[in-house]
Write a protein that binds this ligand. Sequence first.
Ligand code: SF4
Length: 154
Amino acid sequence: MPNKLLISSCLLGQAVRYDGKSKAIPDIEWLVSLQEKGLLYPICPEVSGGLPVPRPAAEIQRERVITTTGLDVTGAFKKGAESALTVCQKENIKFALLKANSPSCGNRQIYDGSYSGTLAVGQGITAQLLSEHGIKVFSELEVNALKNELMLNQ
Ligand code: SF4
């Protein structure tokens, strides 16, 4: 059974980011191929959690997610993470390609909560929840490693 892949919508060129823009990765042909085979599952956890586009940027401060305008959006972030997990569990998805550094999708680093553009070791809310449930999360900086995993686990 070929592997399915959950992917951050913004990496596919969908304009769902906080600033109303996308962040499409350059090498998209292999993703189009997966999409054509019905193996690609795009999601924006923040939009799934009920947040609008555009929206104020947010960062994780201890256990909460707070926007630059001081709004606590932790509930929406958690709801979006649960949506992503539900898709993975329903579709038996074991791999995810999520946008680096995002407070939802970042898999290795996130902004440190000081709104100064400083990265720190940590995971976004969705990346963490998926990891805790055994889903292997890669970022767009780790595409080659992801491709290898997908091939090894065919
Ligand atoms: S929540 Fe994830 S998918 Fe949505 S815009 Fe942010 S990084 Fe992209």
